[in-house]
Design a protein around this ligand. Structure first.
Ligand code: AMP
Ligand code: GLY
Length: 416
């Protein structure tokens, strides 16, 4: 089968690699891709924000399956546009993707489905914001209602900073969600669903702050590992029963079934599981690690989600051991980044046993790979256990050379 992957990050590069390793897949095309994706498959250009442009591309490529990676095209309706032209598509409708596209909507669904989450107030004005901040107390959590590319959430002890962020979001024209602070470790569970049936992948943990020891501002994610050796035995069952299944049922009951991957971001608080967020797509960098352990071929799974036949799929097969992903970021990330710097050492990194490097913010310039975004590379590694996987990943990272780049040195260090 021929598969078209839409997106340009490390998530999409990891999906491309998994699809290429699947014997049922004869061709992969990716748009708009990046320099690494261009080495692996046919790369075309597209404006991912424009649903009709994505659908036009599907007509040109004529794939058996379209996989839409990022949230922006999903929230804008790319999956609907592609399906309307008669193509099979992995990815939720715009109405279902609102679970990620609006924090206020996600809160409404959770309330209706009785899913545990932080208490919150959706505010439309500054007075409401200050009232809510004072009601919940510090640390303050203020969230832009809409998509904000990982920059919409501020968690701070400083009331003035919280108010300033809320004002900024309100000026952008939206609503803002103020909520209670959730303590405890965060985890990510990706649940494949065709709108009715649901199949969880392995749970993973991201590292959202830019600096070692969870310091500095939030990022899109600086590294991840899977599985979680410290997690309660019934963690996945609990999430399926109390979070994923009720949300999937609620979306179906409203006539807007969610089909694709429901990303459940949770905090394991001392009062139990609480949802931090939903996303309508795979998490980056978690999926780069999770896919390294998936032994089942990926195309039948994505196809079954798109066709509504997930219940007929055999149970997933997983490799033993652990997988990790360490993100190498450009100078300045998550602020303004310097682009156009040469990226070298990827081949040497991949000489380390178990290491595979996928690209995110890279471009080709004069035949060489250069930086073109904040998160440049994802260095992934597998090992018999977490320690071995981490040792290999960091060995790989040390062989990569990008001027001024940085990465976290403590991925997985709290897993013991
Ligand atoms: P979100 O976009 O909602 O996932 O928020 C981004 C990050 O902000 C999360 O991964 C958490 O690290 C942090 N965060 C969000 N909501 C809360 C909360 N209620 N309590 C503590 N931290 C939070
Ligand atoms: N890993 C965080 C995200 O993909 O949103």
């Amino acid at each position: 089968m021929k598969v078209l992957v839409v997106g340009s990050g490390a998530r999409e590069h990891a999906l491309v690699k998994s699809l290429l390793a699947d014997s049922a897949v004869t061709q992969v095309v990716c748009a708009p891709g990046n320099a690494g994706i261009a080495e692996d498959c046919v790369r075309l250009s597209v404006d991912v924000a424009d649903p009709q442009a994505v659908a036009d591309l599907a007509e040109r490529v004529a794939p058996d399956l379209v996989v839409i990676g990022p949230e922006l095209p999903l929230v804008n309706g790319a999956a609907d546009a592609v399906r309307a032209r008669g193509f099979r598509c992995f990815g939720p409708s715009a109405e279902a993707a609102l679970l990620e596209g609006s924090k206020a909507f996600a809160k409404q669904i959770m309330a209706a489905a009785e899913v545990p989450t932080a208490r919150s107030v959706t505010c439309v004005g500054s007075d409401q914001v200050t009232e809510a901040l004072d009601r919940f107390g510090a640390p303050y959590v203020v969230k832009d209602d809409g998509l904000a590319a990982g920059k919409g959430v501020v968690v701070t002890d400083d009331r003035d900073d919280a108010i300033a962020h809320a004002r900024h979001c309100l000026v952008r024209g939206g609503q803002v969600v103020v909520e209670e602070y959730l303590d405890g470790p965060e985890i990510s569970l990706f649940v494949l669903t065709d709108g009715t049936s649901a199949v969880p992948l392995l749970p993973a943990q991201d590292h959202k702050r830019v600096g070692d020891g969870d310091t500095g501002p939030n990022t899109g994610g600086m590294g991840a590992y899977t599985p979680l050796p410290w997690g309660p035995e019934d963690l996945v069952d609990q999430i399926m029963t109390h979070v994923a299944q009720p949300v999937i049922a609620e979306m179906a009951a409203r006539g807007t079934p969610f089909s694709g991957v429901l990303y459940c971001g949770l905090a394991l608080t001392r009062h139990g599981l609480r949802v931090v967020e939903f996303n309508a797509r795979f998490g980056d960098p978690e999926i780069q690690a999770v896919l390294r352990l998936l032994a089942s071929p990926i195309s039948p799974l994505l196809t079954a989600v798109a066709d509504g036949t997930l219940a007929d799929c055999p149970p997933l097969a997983w490799r033993d051991g652990s997988a990790v992903c360490v993100v190498v970021a450009a100078q300045g990330y998550p602020g303004d980044v310097i682009t156009g710097d040469p990226v070298t050492g990827i081949d040497r990194a991949e000489e380390v046993p178990g290491v595979s490097v996928v690209h995110a913010g890279t471009a080709l310039q004069d035949g060489g790979v250069v930086t073109s975004g904040g998160r440049v590379l994802s260095v992934t590694a597998v090992g018999d256990d977490l320690a071995e996987a981490l040792g290999r990943a960091y060995d790989g990272v040390a062989r990569i050379d990008i001027r001024g780049s940085h990465y976290r040195h403590d991925i997985g260090s709290r897993a013991g």
